[in-house]
Design a protein around this ligand. Sequence first.
Ligand code: ADP
Length: 486
Amino acid sequence: MKIKDRELGFRLIIEASPVALILTNNEGKIIYLNNFAEKMFDYQEKELEGKGVDSLLNDIYTVKPPEFWKKYFTQPTSIRLGEDNSFMAETKTGQKFPAEVQMNPIKTEESIYVLITITNVSDRLKANEQLRLVVESALNAMILTDSSGKILVINKQTELLFGYGRNELIGEKIEILVPQRMKQHHPHHRQKFHDQPKARPMGAGRDLFGVKKDGTEIPVEIGLNPVEKDGEMLVLASVIDITERKKNEEAIRLYARQIEEKNKELEEFTNVASHDLREPLNSIIGFTELLKERNSDQLDEDGNKMLDFIGKSSSRMSDLIIGLLDYARLGNSKELATTDLNKLLLTVLLDLDSSIKASDAEIKAGEMPVLNVFSMEFRLLFQNLISNSLKYRKPDAAPQISISANKVQYGWEFKVSDNGIGIPEDQKEKVFNLFHRLHKRNEFEGTGIGLAHCRKIAELHGGRIWVESEVGKGSTFYFFIPSGLR
Ligand code: ADP
């Protein structure tokens, strides 16, 4: 390419360049500006030729004194103005805009020139301002750092959380907020994030702590987000103080451990108590029977009645103790199994066959689902409810019992309803309490344990049990079992 052609080529490139370029002579007078610069400042090249560069960039005098500029254009060096976003340039019509200005000397054999590149940074500042507003309005502490870990922006929440003022943190390394014992490894973790920047929680599996200005440590949770700003990859960290959560978790853990210990104690107590109670009781039962066998004829009618009474009471007490023991053990060996509840219900009905026949009961059973349940316990649940419906029947009407299951939101709702004597409104909750009975023994036999069992079994499945009833009309027991038990 000829020199002439080359010059023309360069000129075309400069003219078409999407960057504002101005060339000054060694007096700081404009000798050339490209198309982009003309547009940026709204001037024609001719209008500016021979004018000082300060006519476009008046702010040069606020960044550096006039004496500096007097010497600068004869001995220029590479300088950059407006890095702190405070430099304003002005168009012909007097419109000001924030600019970043780069000045570079160009030396030729004849003279020395300065090439000035001007970038309008309004959009960048707008984006920065938006980011600042987002950070400021966040409810968490937010900290923006650069790739070297230097803190660039923080919000009010950060000041509140760490007890530092904004000016004390900006410009510092993020490690100022990291406890001493973790400081050493922190730059390494930081580097790893920069190598693979993607939004993620910090320190997976590790307990994280921050350190306040007064030296106290706080447990924290930190989310990291890469943010691209002015071509640089920054990290926006959002920090949550989890002191309260940790405290609550610890309290729950402690509480759970206490409950577990108490349960164990209770179980042991029930085992020992029932064993110790049953031993003398068995002796009473045994000796009463022996006494009756051997000495019945030596006692009068009253004496024999009393002996009968002792025998019955002791057997009843034995039943109560066994019931109590069963209650305490419920769910101990629990094992969930996929169970066809149609089959399970059928075995319950077969077990109760003689009572059903004796009371002339009519039983309607709907389609049951196949569910993952504690089958032994589930069977007891059905058995207790159906046998109660048979037992608490009206004297003048044969029991009509219907059993059904309905799919509802989050699980299944079962229903056992009867046409029996019903339960008074104020007793609907209490009947599920241990040993709570509404009738004397001579009216209806029982221990008052059955429904307590039922409640425990429903709860064992994460469900619940309740009753709707009208005295004289009948009762409907409902229980809900959530689906998806594993
Ligand atoms: P038990 O039947 O051994 O007394 P439960 O715990 O099974 O003990 O029942 C507690 C009380 O609830 C019973 O004493 C009875 O008064 C009442 N009850 C239970 N089921 C029914 C029912 N289907 N109809 C009317 N009352 C009932």
